[in-house]
Design a protein around this ligand. Structure first.
Ligand code: PLP
Length: 449
């Protein structure tokens, strides 16, 4: 059995050591369908023999949304010219209006794009960088952001400053501090790019405080927020409130929209004649901000058209607050229960975990962890995400002079969703240690052979 990462992080575990009986039916959709497996059967396409504990990567479209999308697909195929020249633009306008209302923004500042990657690439790769311009990111930035910045290092000669987030994170203020330290050293940054909710480990970052520090220390810096996970997790998302320059969010992750549906919000002061440009410049020409993002070549735009149906589905589920209450509590109680069962800990405080909880696995053996993850999927139909996280550990807590050393822990990021319930997480308590033991045995046998 593994020791806790630190005594302070044990605080995150609270008191619960057992999962309460499923309370899925305290939460119901408007037609009285209980959250959990009933909702899964009636309203999602997920295989009934499959437990998706990784909603965070690819989301799940709801059946009514997909059905609406299919109707648009038939309209499109029935009369392509009418669809592409007229009908699509009417539907796109309605979708932009509805998502703008959802994020409390002006419709004129919001465009739809295929995904978060496209939005980030669009802004970064059309920005007028000069050689030597500095861009600040956190070490928790998503791989796509890291790769896009690397590309700009090679092609535009920018310099990337990485502010390092040390795990375990005990308090959101720690993240604000690393941003502040970096800005004291590099006040002249041209752009700061941060996630609103990081991917792995998953963590709600203290956006308001980070933005406040940037405005204070580097007032001329532009701010781009990768909010890929925020819509659908954070209730009452108010994008203009944050006073950033660019904010993007996926609708296909947590909003139940079809895959290939995301938004990009750009502050009016940054909507310029030649910037930002979409990743594809199409036959309709460069136009104004709204116009140039409206059409990026012939492809399937029915997902964009079905976005209002996804937001209606959320109302049908009871709305953001109810979804948040169910999913956050489910993720936290499942995380506590598993950490206690495995004798480990949570990596990130509960209040920073949204719908994705990071639980330290009871193993330090990468091969055993990978085998366990694959085996869970192939033999038990349960998909979990696992990964390595570098943590700072105290060398000797009893010593007056506290020293730290870097260590690697393996962590699983578990997603809660309205179609899941306590019973979906419970089997991991025994399966994970069992499969890890099996993996270690197989590895030893292979080494001995
Ligand atoms: C923080 C973050 N940003 C961006 C992305 C990219 O999203 P997409 O694949 O929809 O472009 C992800 C995907 O998981 C993510 O976690």
């Amino acid at each position: 059995m593994m020791k806790s990462v630190s005594s302070t992080s044990m605080l995150f575990l609270g008191l619960a050591a057992a999962l309460a009986p499923s309370d899925a039916c305290k939460f119901q959709a408007r037609d009285d369908t209980c959250y959990g497996k009933d909702l899964k059967e009636r309203y999602f396409y997920l295989d009934s023999n499959f437990t998706n504990l990784n909603h965070g990567s690819f989301g799940a479209v709801a059946r009514p949304v997909r059905q609406q999308q299919r109707e648009y697909f038939f309209e499109e195929e029935a009369q392509p010219d009418t669809w592409f020249r007229k009908r699509y633009y009417e539907l796109l306008g309605a979708s932009r209006a509805k998502i703008a209302r959802y994020i409390k923004a002006n419709e004129s500042d919001v465009v739809l794009v295929e995904n978060a990657s496209s939005a980030v690439n669009s802004v970064l790769r059309s920005m007028n960088f000069q050689r030597g311009d500095k861009v600040l990111r956190l070490s928790t930035a998503y791989g796509m952001v890291v790769h896009t910045l690397d590309y700009l290092v090679e092609t535009a000669g920018i310099e990337v400053i990485v502010a390092n987030v040390t795990f375990p994170v005990t308090d959101p203020i720690k993240i604000v501090e690393v941003v502040q330290t970096a800005l004291i050293e590099y006040p002249e940054v041209k752009l700061c790019i941060f996630s609103h909710i990081s991917s792995f480990p998953a963590m709600i970052e203290p956006l308001s405080e980070m933005v406040r520090i940037i405005h204070e220390r580097s007032p001329s810096s532009l701010i781009l927020i990768d909010g890929a996970h925020a819509p659908g997790i954070l209730p009452d998302l108010d994008v203009p409130f944050y006073k950033v320059d660019f904010y993007l969010g996926n609708c296909h992750k947590w909003l139940y929209a079809p895959k290939g549906t995301a938004f990009l919000w750009v502050s009016p002061s940054q909507q310029l004649e030649r910037f930002p440009e979409p990743t594809v410049i199409s036959s309709t020409g460069r136009q104004d901000f709204i116009g140039r993002y409206g059409y990026t070549g012939t492809r399937d735009y029915t997902g964009f058209a079905a976005l209002p149906a996804a937001l209606d589905f959320r109302d049908f589920l009871g709305g953001d607050e109810q979804i948040y209450s169910y999913c956050h509590n489910l993720s936290v109680s499942a995380g506590r229960f598993l950490a206690t069962s495995w004798g480990t800990d949570l990596l990130v405080p509960e209040e920073m975990s949204g719908f994705m909880v990071n639980v330290i696995l009871p193993s330090r053996n990468e091969t055993a962890v990978t085998a366990m993850q694959q085996n869970l999927n192939s033999s038990y139909g349960i998909y979990i995400v696992v990964g390595a996280v570098k943590v700072n550990r105290k060398w000797n807590e009893s010593n007056m002079e506290v020293k730290y050393f870097e260590d690697t822990l393996y962590v699983t990021r578990l997603s809660a969703q309205v179609y899941l319930e306590q019973d979906d997480f419970r089997p991991l308590a025994h399966l994970v240690p069992e499969l890890l033991r099996q993996g270690r045995k197989e590895l030893k046998a292979a080494l001995d052979a």
